[in-house]
Ligand binder design. Structure first.
Ligand SMILES: [Zn+2]
Length: 246
């Protein structure tokens, strides 16, 4: 399970660097986090091969350590492991993509319902700071804005204090990034920053019904941008209808 406290990975990394004796568990964790981030930032696209030897070389670890990291990524649906064929970045089907967003919608509604009116000033400040960072990264089409958009949702789930909820939401957000890489429009970032601000405002007001509605609307927009709406526009009849009208 990934450490979900935002400061923890950097702190433990610093500790490892300081004593120069990172154990096999933390080395596998470093590989896990590195590959996971490359997938989430869409640097490693769906179906990309992940050869154990090359990854081991790059991270300076054994193949056993790499395998442990890949197994963990496979359990989270980001990597596919095939016997004798090695690992690849997963390629979720359209059906899986729909399933991921269905579950996201339910779980994230639960997240905001739990947070409405109960957000501490510290929690609200963290969300504000995060959205400010998103604003700064906006329009650069960069991997940073894709990652930050997802992390906003992970942060919301963390602030509920429910470890299981934040773990599941975190996994779904990672899968969503992969889905966007596969089915999204070029350069489509995951989320509209203005909508994130509206969600924070409604949480602070304690408007439970309002924030649930906002989150639903927000995720619908994400799904729309991900091109997995029920009627895909790839149907040849739809394409031809524009020409047939002439
Ligand atoms: Zn969002």
């Amino acid at each position: 399970m990934p450490r979900t406290k935002r400061k923890a990975p950097a702190a433990s990394q610093a500790a490892n660097d300081a004593n120069g004796s990172a154990g096999p568990v933390s080395r596998a964790d470093t590989v896990y986090r590195g590959i996971r981030r490359a997938i989430i930032e869409q640097a490693l696209g769906p179906s990309t091969k992940l050869p154990e030897d090359l990854i081991g070389e790059r991270f300076g670890v054994s193949r056993t350590v790499v395998r442990a990291a890949l197994t963990r990524l496979a359990a989270e649906g980001l990597v596919e492991l095939r016997l004798n064929k090695g690992a690849t970045v997963a390629r979720p089907s359209l059906e899986e993509a729909h399933d991921v967003f269905d579950i996201r919608r339910s779980l994230e509604r639960l997240v905001v319902a739990r947070l409405a009116g109960r957000l501490t000033p510290g929690g609200a400040a963290r969300l504000d700071a995060h959205v400010a960072a998103e604003e700064k990264a906006k329009g650069k089409d960069g991997p940073e804005s894709i990652r930050l958009a997802g992390e906003f949702h992970v942060l919301l789930a963390e602030l509920t204090g429910n470890v299981i909820l934040s773990r599941y939401v975190g996994e779904l957000i990672s899968r969503s990034s992969l889905i966007l890489a596969l089915y999204g429009r070029p350069h489509s970032s995951d989320c509209a920053v203005a909508e994130h601000r509206e969600i924070i405002d409604a949480l602070v007001r304690g408007d439970t019904a309002g924030v649930e509605r906002l989150m639903d609307h927000h995720l619908d927009a994400v799904i729309g941008r991900a091109l997995i709406a029920p009627a895909p526009d790839r149907d040849i009849r739809d394409i031809l209808s524009a020409y047939a009208a002439e």
